[in-house]
Design a protein around this ligand. Structure first.
Ligand SMILES: [Mn+2]
Length: 245
């Protein structure tokens, strides 16, 4: 199977459109489809902070529905899902931009978007196992021993990463560098932690190149293991990018 895994979009619809074009996808009734039948896969965090979150939801919903793409949720997707269910969530960390777009819609349009997203989320696996398990796509990554499992511990890991429960002085949660310890055969593609360049460590690939923070939107082509990116149109925020030693 041939697939192009797309990093955290966070409402950057224009960059997503540009990236699919660069990857050779062609628009068919508004949807990017590949002439050779390649499929897209989304690492999650479709929405929040960027200008066109709802457009991204709609695009991904139809692509998945028609079997042209795979999707697995990120922590921002999880929070938006809880918001749509009417649970009490804090409208912060970028959710405010998605909620603003949503509130500007008519009641009928709101219902349409809400139903789409709930359906997309509820039908999505916690992480994707593709190509007979050789390729695993998980929002914040996954430890070797968690592949095939889906308990609460695994859910926390794939949504938030290898968090310790501690926080840095700036309030950011401490995340362990699990990729450094990874020694598995599965290719693991993930996002969640913005880095300036896609980071390849031990068969794992972090493709969140911080598009919404002015970096790039990145795709990982499988089985070629190629990185393809397009520049972001958003203002550059140096402090949002993670540095690894
Ligand atoms: Mn995330």
């Amino acid at each position: 199977m041939k697939v192009d895994v797309i990093g955290d979009i966070h409402g950057c619809y224009e960059e997503f459109a540009a990236l699919t074009e660069k990857l050779g996808y062609e628009l068919n009734k508004g949807k990017p489809l590949h002439p050779e039948g390649r499929k897209l896969a989304f690492v999650g965090d479709l929405t929040d902070r960027g200008p066109s979150s709802l457009k991204v939801i709609e695009q991904v919903y139809y692509l998945v529905k028609e079997g042209a793409a795979y999707y697995t949720p990120g922590n921002h997707c999880d929070k938006l899902y809880r918001y749509f269910l009417g649970r009490i969530v804090q409208i912060t960390h970028g959710l405010e931009t998605t909620v603003e777009e949503y509130e500007n819609l008519s009641k009928k349009e709101q219902d349409r978007i809400k139903k789409m997203f709930i359906s997309l989320y509820e039908n999505a696996p916690l992480y994707l196992t593709l190509d007979d398990g050789r390729l695993v796509v998980a929002h914040a990554g996954i430890k070797q021993g968690f592949i095939g499992k889906s308990d609460k511990k695994v859910k926390t890991f794939v949504l938030y990463g290898d968090i310790t429960g501690e926080k840095h002085p700036n309030g950011m949660p401490v995340r362990r560098d699990w990729a450094k310890e990874y020694s598995g055969e599965h290719v693991i593609v993930y996002g969640h932690t913005p880095v300036k360049e896609a980071r390849h460590v031990n068969n794992t690939w972090n493709i969140d190149t911080g598009c919404v923070f002015g970096g790039k939107l990145t795709a990982f082509r499988y089985p070629e293991k190629e990185i393809v990116s397009v520049p972001s149109s958003m203002p550059y925020k140096e402090e949002k990018f993670h540095q690894f030693d």
